[in-house]
Design a protein around this ligand. Sequence first.
Ligand code: UFG
Length: 321
Amino acid sequence: MKKSATILVSGGAGYIGSHTVWYLNQLGYRTIVFDNLSTGFRQDMLGDVNRIGDLQNPWDLKRLFLQEPIDAVIHFAANIAVGESVKEPLKYYRNNTVSLVNLLETMQASGVKKLVFSSTAAVYGNPVLCPISEDAPIAPVNPYGHSKAWGEQMLRDCASAYGMDFVALRYFNACGKAPATHLGEKHDPETHLIPLVLDAVAGRRPPLKVFGNDYNTLDGTCIRDYVHVLDLAQAHELALQKMGDGGSFSAFNLGNGQGHSVLEVIRAVEEICQKPVPFEFAARREGDPAVLVASSAKAKEKLGWKPKFESLQSIIKTLVQ
Ligand code: UFG
């Protein structure tokens, strides 16, 4: 795909979406952001074209595809909070699964055949082996994970039925920000660990609650694989470049291959900020697997993915400059 291609980015006003648009713009792509601003931010819409519209409204989509020449789609728009998905599963099935049906129908009708899909480590549930490779069983343990696993299945089916091409990128824990930009992680409410730890250390919130210290891990707290948002952005562009030529589906894990416990994240922030992080232990959060660590060997080999922020420290430093 040419670097001047037009890329539609659904959810391009959100955290990973806006960083990816920023990254694509640097490379010369023409970007169209489409977002309903339910969780994204107007000021983070950095597309050459910015449209406020809803994937639930087929007319918003049809109009867009009629008016703009689109070469490929990157589909971020979704709800992403594991805990919320346990309490409100239908919200996840509507916004993550039904919305994808609408998008695929419009693409199919308009002859747009390439899409990169925001997937997640949550499709693996409680993995038996870590690091997790792409052929590990798909066994989600929460509605968020189910909504994404079903999305992937739809893509597999549409690839063969309609000769479309798809790449699903299974992110582990996205974090960090593009230095010297106003972009960043600002979910409302914020549920993600690193921004909450930074708020706690700065005294912007009450002490952090560490959800569970009785997991079967070295220090009893959950282990995750933290990956920088610009490294994720890089993988999307590589996926556009390496996408198949009719009827293909492939999935790639994106993580750094290193697990960090919640207490290790707290210590890393304390070291960088030279201040204690106030925290207390609390009950486990429903739907949380104990350990999620990626093997990203396939993305490195097949996409040529080269993460630039490999250590937790280097990722956190992009947030405290
Ligand atoms: N945690 C706390 N206290 C908090 C917030 C989080 O202890 O206040 C813990 C969680 O229990 C978990 C870890 O920090 O063990 C990371 O939690 P996050 O909420 O930051 O991230 P998750 O691992 O729950 O989920 C994220 C994305 C999902 C994605 C998943 C894949 O939100 O979309 O990573 O690993 F599926």
